[in-house]
Design a binder for this molecule. Sequence first.
Ligand SMILES: [Fe+2]
Length: 245
Amino acid sequence: MNDRVEAADEARRNFLKTGLGAGAVVAGAAVMSGSANAAPLQAASIGRSGLKQPPLPWKDSALEPVISAKTIELHYGKHHAGYFNTLAGLVKDTPLADASLEEIILATADDDARKSLFNNAGQAWNHNFYWNSLTPEKTAPGGRLLEAINRDFGSVDALKAELAKTTIAQFGSGWGWLVSDGGKLKVMSTSNADVPFTKGMKPLLTVDVWEHAYYVDWQNRRPDHVQAVVKDHLDWGFAGRNFSA
Ligand SMILES: [Fe+2]
């Protein structure tokens, strides 16, 4: 076993150990239904995300005015769909054709020879997770997640401030994340298509700060966009289910 395969296997073990296979992959639940009318994701019980783009969990205008229907039309309908379409072409007639998104990501992480596979699978997965991190409803952390937030950040407001600050500060394209590192909550950012679970972190929430996520509505005002999303549109129920899974 070479180092790369060994590293991928180690990441896979961490992935399963952290429960991500049963939790954060909730973002792929609707993939399995294959129906444009599938119910929004509820249960944290799906372990494999399919290679078809799942439906959005809300109407494309649901997050206005923070995220417009026009942005969703482009972001979901063009960018996210494009990652799935490109991925389908890359895995066609290969041993990965029947793999899950998570398996492709873990198999190709840090593999320069398969960077395109990793990037498209990572972006497909990250956006699945992103749509489910957002909600038009007013939500708040509760239960075990709230206890952990108070323990690790002092308060929900302190966590939100830290998440916004870290996300805004991501240099170039990438993602801000709330993750669980073996039960301890952390805020982090990743570049481009990178995914926290390849490092053994369990994602709980994410905010997209690729320019396509906000430029139509906010132009260069990334800080205003991120603060508005963190203030009003994060789905803390989704985060709590991921944390408990
Ligand atoms: Fe995006």
